[in-house]
Design a protein around this ligand. Structure first.
Ligand SMILES: [Zn+2]
Length: 257
């Protein structure tokens, strides 16, 4: 359901505050938009901190990016947002930010594509990494379009993250999920190689997704498909064998003393 202009403006201002407060954006970074109707979109302005926006700062553009109302200039990424609306009629809001952990993965060239957390598998499936493109140009969003029908969240290489949703809060919550997931994955990585869920465990989550009517692709790598995870299992089996041999040798030594 598409909301009124008044509530949409309120939601965008609120999400801007939350993004800024949580450190997902610095200075005037990031942009948020919402669909008003099939040819009108509300977008955040360029050159304004998303933490300090007022409802009157927001701009209405048409599907070609032409300004229909508003005093300020729309975000330089407005065309990335419009491309999403063209390709995904089910999407009513787009959120772009630079959350540090997710952006860290994007800079390191590591997609968030391991089947690690059940909630993430259910809501997002996987978060693919999109190759780098110059911000504010078609180069940035044209590689996204190929994966748009399959996913609701993306890492933009050497840049940040992009999430899409049925409304402003839904798109923003996906941004929170991406950053939370990246933070947990980062900690797990520091503690050792993260354990991934098996194909069978992922299948049970896929069944739950179907019940919730979530149709995007799961696409994450399970432990059965993760070569490093298999390597780890083999390594621990090898370690067990070595340990057994060492213990046996020690026992035999003691007996023959
Ligand atoms: Zn950006």
């Amino acid at each position: 359901m598409i909301q009124s202009l008044f509530t949409l403006k309120q939601d965008i201002v609120e999400v801007g505050k939350r993004m800024y407060a949580r450190g997902y954006v610095a200075s005037n970074d990031g942009n948020i938009s919402a669909r008003l109707d099939e040819n009108k979109f509300l977008v955040t302005p360029t050159g304004v901190s998303k933490g300090f926006m007022k409802p009157e700062d927001l701009i209405v553009v048409n599907i070609d990016g032409k300004v229909l109302s508003g005093i300020k200039k729309p975000s330089s990424e407005v065309f990335m947002h419009l491309q999403v609306y063209k390709d995904r009629p089910d999407v009513n809001s787009v959120c772009h930010a630079h959350p540090p952990y997710a952006t860290g993965f994007a800079v390191a060239g590591i997609p968030l594509d391991k089947c690690i957390l059940p909630e993430v598998i259910i809501t997002l499936g996987s978060i693919p990494l999109i190759k780098y493109g110059t911000p504010g140009t078609e180069e940035l969003y044209s590689p996204v379009t190929k994966l748009l029908k399959d996913y609701d969240a993306f890492l933009l290489a050497n840049h940040g993250a992009l999430t899409i949703g049925t409304d402003v809060i839904n798109a923003y919550h996906k941004m929170e999920t991406v950053e939370h997931f990246a933070h947990i994955a980062f900690i797990a990585q520091q503690l050792g190689y993260p354990n991934t869920l098996s194909k069978e465990q992922v299948q049970k989550l896929k069944d739950q997704r179907e019940k919730f009517g979530i149709r995007t692709t799961v696409g994450c790598v399970s432990s059965d498909e993760d070569s490093r995870s298999i390597e780890k299992t083999e390594q621990s089996e090898l370690m067990n064998d070595e340990l057994i041999k060492k213990l046996t040798d020690e026992v035999l030594k003691q007996i023959h003393k």
